[in-house]
Design a protein around this ligand. Structure first.
Ligand code: XIL
Length: 360
């Protein structure tokens, strides 16, 4: 039996013998280290307050990252306390850290359905929605023109389980402007910062199930439409919030990435982590399974193209969004990221270093 099947087979039984653990450590030391992939910049989503209140966190970011993106700060909920005000404190602090440490900063995200301040519920007409979206992009992308070289212009535009007839996710933007809100967002961002890399960002294209397949089809159609209308989009961001117990559809994902690349679009992996709430409790086993998922995911993508960047959504298990939605029933800490809660590298970091320039 192949090592991989034996390891992942342990998933089903829930019983992990000591031989599996030995076997897994063998996999981590040999197979994972042998197949060096292409070199790609590595980055992480950052909680800017911890750069000052947790020196080990800042040291880990400096050690491993060439890029940073704010986990918050550039979302409307943080940025727009009122309809007439902007609070740039967090992104300004993160950009200063990036500049001081020779890193580039990604902007996440100009237009999203979620993390919206209460006042936006009052946007009740087409003209109001158009003004608010265009004004927001003009002010925000204008402030960071030439300093934030890559933006998630529109985040998660398709519904979780998109109906063929109407695959778009509900939002104030879609309700008031129709699907052309996506065109307008990219056109506005391009007008404000013609040199910026403009990215459409979404998730769940990697599983073998019907939903992932449907999302691949719908996203491809959406991207083709944008290209047919000459909308200034440069890349698709694959968030990469992987489900620990779910096999990666390597062929399906590779074909999808090939087709996206065939449209003249680049690929970024923007929010990689492994949601491990349904993985066995043994940390060693969980870490190896998570590393194998990341390896399959990045191999599938890199078989089709070289991503322009690979970012994880956080760098240490100490600070992760995962338990907000995917808390473990056994009460154990989630382990979704490449460093453990004490900033020690796990097998996932080893896999990431095979594919990126991480110099650590
Ligand atoms: C999450 C943050 O990590 C949380 O801290 C916040 O409470 C909610 O948003 N996809 C995205 C990210 O594009 O912006 C989300 O980030 C995670 C899912």
């Amino acid at each position: 039996m192949q090592r991989r099947e034996f390891i992942l087979g342990a998933l089903g039984t829930g019983v992990v013998s000591s031989s599996v653990v030995e076997l897994i450590s063998a996999v981590s030391s040999s197979a994972l280290a042998s197949e060096a992939g292409p070199t790609i910049p590595y980055g992480a989503a950052i909680r800017v307050d911890h750069l000052t209140d947790d020196p080990d966190y800042a040291a880990a970011v400096r050690k491993y990252c060439q890029q940073v993106v704010g986990e918050g700060g550039l979302k409307w909920i943080d940025l727009r306390p009122t309809q007439s005000s902007f609070n740039f404190d967090q992104p300004d602090r993160l950009l200063a850290f990036a500049d001081e440490n020779g890193m580039t900063m990604r902007g996440h995200t100009l237009v999203w359905y979620a993390a919206m301040p209460e006042w936006t519920e009052g946007i009740g007409s087409r003209s109001e929605a158009e003004f608010e979206m265009v004004h927001h992009i003009e002010v925000v992308a204008g402030r960071y023109r030439g300093r934030i070289p890559s933006w998630d212009v529109v985040n998660e535009p398709i519904a979780d389980d998109p109906p063929q007839a109407d695959p778009y996710r509900d939002s104030v933007w879609y309700r008031q402007l129709g699907k052309e809100y996506i065109d307008l967002a990219f056109q506005t961002a391009a007008a404000v910062d013609p040199a910026a890399q403009l990215v459409l960002n979404d998730f769940n294209f990697e599983k073998t199930n019907a939903r992932s397949k449907k999302r691949r089809t719908v996203m491809l159609d959406l991207l083709k439409g944008l290209k047919d209308r000459d909308v200034p989009i440069h890349a698709l961001g694959l968030q990469g919030h992987l489900t620990g117990e779910a096999e990666i559809d390597k062929d399906g994902l590779s074909r999808f990435v090939e087709e996206v690349s065939g449209l003249g679009l680049d690929i970024l992996v923007t929010e990689l982590d492994v949601i491990d709430n349904n993985l066995p409790g043994t940390e060693t086993v969980r870490d190896q399974i998570a590393a194998l998922r990341v390896r399959d995911y990045l191999t599938a993508i890199c078989d089709a193209t070289q991503p322009k960047a690979i970012l994880t959504w956080g760098i240490s298990d100490r600070y992760t969004w995962v338990p907000i939605w995917f808390e473990r029933r056994d009460g154990k800490l989630n382990r979704p990221l490449p460093l453990d809660q004490n900033y020690q590298p796990k097998a996932m970091m080893q896999v990431l270093q095979e594919f990126t320039k991480a110099g650590a």
